[in-house]
Design a protein around this ligand. Structure first.
Ligand code: IYR
Length: 236
């Protein structure tokens, strides 16, 4: 029997890989240059409100995030760019309510101890100050419209949603950084208020909030050191 004919699944379609083989010297040069750029990335919590970076930098970074591998190529992500001052302020007010609760009541001492060297607290001025807030949402399941709205809609299961969105956010941050922009990965949990303020559909869940902009003048960052590659890498 011809199994290909009888498969209940669609046949895959293949195209030739677009790939350019580099010389080893070129590989090493590019690899070192990228490392050098990325080693200068720092999480920034103080932004200049002006100038506003060109929107194309944000669009290109989101297009770069969209190149991430994802479970079954379902690309279970959505990026909402907030640049409206009033909406940013609404987000700040709602985030600070949650963060105040977190720092005052919800975080155990152990967590506050771990955070101490970052110098963070419930105040989130950066949500007003950063010219852009990128709200990253995970799409937990696809929604295919049925013949009529409501219960006839079909749910399509998505796979490895958190892993896929996490990888996409890594690429997003790398793109913004190499374009000369600063970010902070902010998760003012619980983040349901973002769905409400931004009117997101029920299959989208906030994953994180990424304020983006130029660092404030004389911006300070915590004096942190990274682990060395020897500490994190093992060769077997
Ligand atoms: N989301 C809180 C607390 C916080 C938690 C972790 I883990 C951090 O690495 C940094 C902060 C806040 O943004 O303050």
């Amino acid at each position: 029997m011809d199994t290909q004919q009888s498969s209940p699944y669609p046949q895959p379609v293949f195209v030739r890989l677009d790939y350019e083989r580099l010389t080893q010297d070129e590989q090493v040069a590019r690899s070192r240059a990228f490392l050098k750029v990325m080693q200068r990335r720092r999480t920034v919590r103080h932004f200049a409100s002006q100038p506003v970076p060109p929107l194309e930098l944000i669009t290109n970074a989101i297009a770069t995030a969209n190149t991430a591998p994802s479970g079954a190529h379902q690309q279970p992500w959505r990026f909402v760019v907030v640049r409206d001052q009033a909406v940013k302020h609404q987000i700040r007010e709602a985030a600070e309510i949650e963060e105040r609760e977190n720092y005052d009541r919800r975080f155990p001492d152990e967590w506050k101890l771990a955070l101490a060297r970052l110098g963070t607290d419930w105040h989130k001025d950066f949500l007003d100050e950063a010219p852009y807030l990128i709200v990253v949402l995970q799409i937990d399941y696809g929604l295919e419209p049925g013949p009529e709205p409501g219960p006839t809609e079909r749910h399509i299961k998505h796979y490895y949603v958190k892993e896929s969105v996490g990888i996409a956010v890594g690429l997003l941050i790398a793109s913004l950084h190499q374009a000369g922009l600063a970010t902070v990965t902010h998760t003012p949990n619980p983040m349901g208020f973002l769905s409400r303020i931004l009117g997101r559909p029920r299959n989208e869940k906030p994953f994180l909030l990424l304020p983006v902009g130029y660092p404030a003048e004389n911006c300070l960052v915590p004096d942190l050191k990274r682990k060395t590659v020897e500490e994190i890498m093992e060769i077997v």
